[in-house]
Write a protein of this length. Structure first.
Length: 720
């Protein structure tokens, strides 16, 4: 088949393997997504596997959408039914169907990060805590860690003992959990934890989903944590196939719970299993790869592999030493302008650093040299204030929850004071109602406040009444106008905010085109899960970003700056011993392998106020084989030196899809013996149209097979 063309030997093995348990160790730039898509296409097109029994889990919406696009282009309508999503989206789908088994309503709310912060702020106010004492991110980490370790609120108080600070944190935890229950809300941690808990308590529900997904694929397997792994093992059961793709050398999220031992120990957990290493790199030159290889070989916890490439270049990795951050930044700026004058694009160049503070001198130099740049990973589209306002208004139509109410009741300003809102909140709690419900039913308010509440209720109820008869687009536009948001931004000449609201409207149009029957609640659900969606900057610019943000990206020219021990590797990680240092080395490996043609590694000498000592050259330079490095001591100084397009793409004709469509099912019958190229002899248990359930001999078991596939026949064929 054409989708197998141009695969190298190991890629072909990874696609065609018949092993039940398969681990693909995919080095940087080795074409792992292409292999994963070809594997799924092979299952459908060559083996006749029903698309609905195939699951592919990835860890960002961007990656999931890319996989869907590629598979749709390859197989068109035959790809429909394959479930490709993030693990959190998968959990939402499962819980929407079966959450009542654990006393959770199907229309639960998913809390995003801003919602979580709002609850923490409420808790601080209720308990009387100082936000300066406990930062909101640290408190969310505390709550998330407790949940992940299955530490209940009651247990948290016991563990806190007589320690006053820990008692305060436990009180916030208790408030947070109680507000979640009142709101019927789950945060991202809960989505996984509650799904795992439900499967553990309800074997019949677990078995249903195990039967649904017979072929489980997990991308970026090196980044999963223990809870995610438990969920995958539950779905796998004892019969389903498990196909994982990842690279232990790129495990850089242990601070988020990722455990490199999960991918390293895969063969112990799944026996017998097969491991295939993809070690041909299609991105970087050999000098860059050899430099990265020699670096990562210093790690003990890894699967041995050496990347190679057929891309040849005499350009070695360049190591530059500077006398100051300004010296370094101005030299880089001059280099970038030099490249630009040679006809190259700024967007092909990136500056990577370990910590955000390292961008300061670069930004100053780029402004001095008039170099356009962006800080990659800035405020995301759905996180912008005006977008959050509009989405909260829409949530008032579906859930009417307190978080959405508190965000919009005074946006635009309606003159509702904090004392009024405090009374409304207290009365709502006493009467076990939402604040919005209390506002509509209460007789405690009069005069201007009552008039304001009545007008607000008319706005919400009017739009709510239109939900069943008007398209979502009209509801959104009406809300933008009638709420006063559009007028507020226009009068303030906030055109950027207005354009963002227009882009939200475009987002709604796209969503409706893709899912004509979808509801407002489903749209809001999509938004809450779409955490990595960003606006796109137009034009030519240099990208500055942390190395963590650079994961999965590639650039013609890369500068990795701040290479001093204590900065990179990070001092805190160094204090953690071997494991902390190995994580930092993996991070350096990721940074180096982002470069396609040219890699610069820079360091600054002299005293560091961050480290409170003189800098020393990073070991991540010294560990590179000197044969692949040019050392440059730069001794001179300088005096002075969007549009988010979400339109549905028209599908191009696919020869594989056409071929599948033209096949005709042979006249098979229930109870008939058939033969499959891979699964061997089987008995047809059930036929539904062109789809059959066939019981194969051990170890394959029951499979859903499309009868039109050439992989199945009535007579046994010799496999050449």
């Amino acid at each position: 088949m054409s989708f197998l063309n141009n695969l190298n030997e190991n890629q072909m093995k990874a696609v065609m393997s018949t092993a039940r348990y398969l681990r693909i160790i995919a080095g940087a730039g080795s074409g792992k997504t292409r292999v994963l898509i070809a594997r799924i296409a092979h299952l459908i097109f060559d083996l006749g596997i029903h698309p609905g029994s195939i699951l592919a889990i990835t860890f960002t919406n961007k990656a999931a959408n890319e996989m869907k696009e590629r598979l749709n282009h390859m197989l068109a309508s035959n790809a429909s039914g394959v479930h490709i999503s993030t693990i959190h989206s998968l959990c939402v789908m499962i819980l929407r169907q079966d959450a009542t088994a654990i006393d959770l309503p199907r229309n639960f709310t998913v809390l995003d990060q801003d919602d979580q912060k709002s609850i923490i702020k409420e808790a601080y106010k209720e308990i009387g805590l100082d936000r300066q004492k406990y930062s909101i991110p640290s408190m969310l980490d505390y709550i998330g860690n407790n949940k992940g370790a299955e530490i209940t609120v009651e247990r948290a108080f016991i563990l806190a003992g007589s320690h006053y600070g820990e008692q305060e944190k436990a009180k916030v935890y208790a408030y947070y959990v109680s507000r979640q229950k009142a709101l019927f809300a789950l945060d991202f941690d809960d989505l996984l934890l509650e799904t795992v808990r439900m499967f553990g308590l309800n074997p019949d529900i677990l078995r249903k989903w195990q039967r649904r997904f017979n072929f489980i694929h997990v991308d970026e397997f090196q980044d999963i944590d223990r809870v995610q792994y438990k969920l995958i093992k539950q779905l796998a059961g004892k019969e389903n196939q498990v196909y994982v793709v990842g690279d232990p050398d790129q495990t850089i999220y242990t601070w988020r719970g990722a455990d490199v031992n999960i991918i390293l120990d895969f063969e112990k957990d799944y026996t017998p299993s097969e491991t295939i290493v993809l070690n041909q790199n299609y991105r970087s030159t050999q000098h860059i790869l050899n430099g990265a290889n020699s670096l990562i070989q210093n790690n003990q916890y890894r699967v041995k592999k050496d990347l190679f490439t057929e891309i040849r270049s005499d350009e070695k990795v360049t190591h530059c030493a500077f006398t100051s951050e300004d010296h370094e930044a101005n030299w880089i700026a001059a280099k970038l302008n030099e490249y630009k004058q040679q006809g190259k694009n700024f967007k092909d160049m990136a500056i990577l650093y370990r910590s955000n503070y390292l961008s300061r001198s670069l930004e100053k130099a780029f402004l001095d040299h008039q170099i356009p740049y962006v800080i990659y990973g800035g405020t995301r589209f759905y996180d912008r204030a005006e977008i959050k306002d509009m989405l909260s208004y829409l949530r008032m139509l579906t859930h009417g929850d307190d978080l959405a109410f508190m965000r919009v009741i005074n946006q635009p300003k309606r003159g509702i004071g904090s004392k009024t809102l405090d009374k409304l909140r207290d009365d709502a709690k006493a009467n076990k109602r939402t604040m919005y419900e209390e506002m509509k039913e209460s007789t405690a308010f009069s005069g201007k406040v009552l008039n304001t509440f009545e007008r607000f209720a008319q706005l919400i109820e009017g739009c709510k009444a239109s939900l069943k008869e008007k398209p979502l687009l009209e509801i959104l536009e009406r809300m933008a106008n009638d709420s006063g948001l559009r007028k507020m931004y226009e009068e303030a000449h906030e055109m950027d905010r207005m354009e963002n609201i227009k882009e939200l409207i475009n987002d709604v149009i796209t969503f409706q085109n893709q899912y004509p029957e979808a509801t407002l609640d489903e749209y809001l659900q999509m938004v809450s899960l779409y955490g990595d969606k960003t606006d796109l900057t137009t034009g030519d610019y240099v990208q500055l970003m942390t190395i963590h943000a650079a994961k999965g990206l590639e650039f013609d020219t890369v500068y990795v700056i701040g290479l001093s021990d204590g900065i990179f590797p990070n001092e805190r990680a160094m204090s953690e011993g071997r494991r902390g240092l190995e994580e930092e080395r993996r991070l350096a490996y990721v940074a180096y392998t982002r470069a396609k043609r040219k890699l610069y590694l820079t360091e600054v000498s002299g005293y560091s106020f961050v480290l409170m000592k003189n800098r020393t050259r990073s070991r991540f330079i010294d560990e590179i084989d000197h044969k692949h490095l040019d050392h440059v001591g730069v001794n001179y100084n300088f005096d002075q030196p969007k549009e988010l397009n979400l339109k549905v793409k028209t599908k191009e004709p696919s020869p594989f899809a056409d071929a599948m469509d033209k096949r005709k099912a042979l006249p098979y019958k229930k109870g008939e013996i058939v033969y499959h190229n891979v699964f061997g002899e089987g008995l047809i248990i059930k036929i539904d149209g062109g789809l059959a359930e066939i019981a194969f001999e051990f170890p394959h078991g029951l499979k859903k097979i499309m009868l039109a596939t050439p992989a199945i026949s009535k007579t046994k064929r010799e496999v050449s």
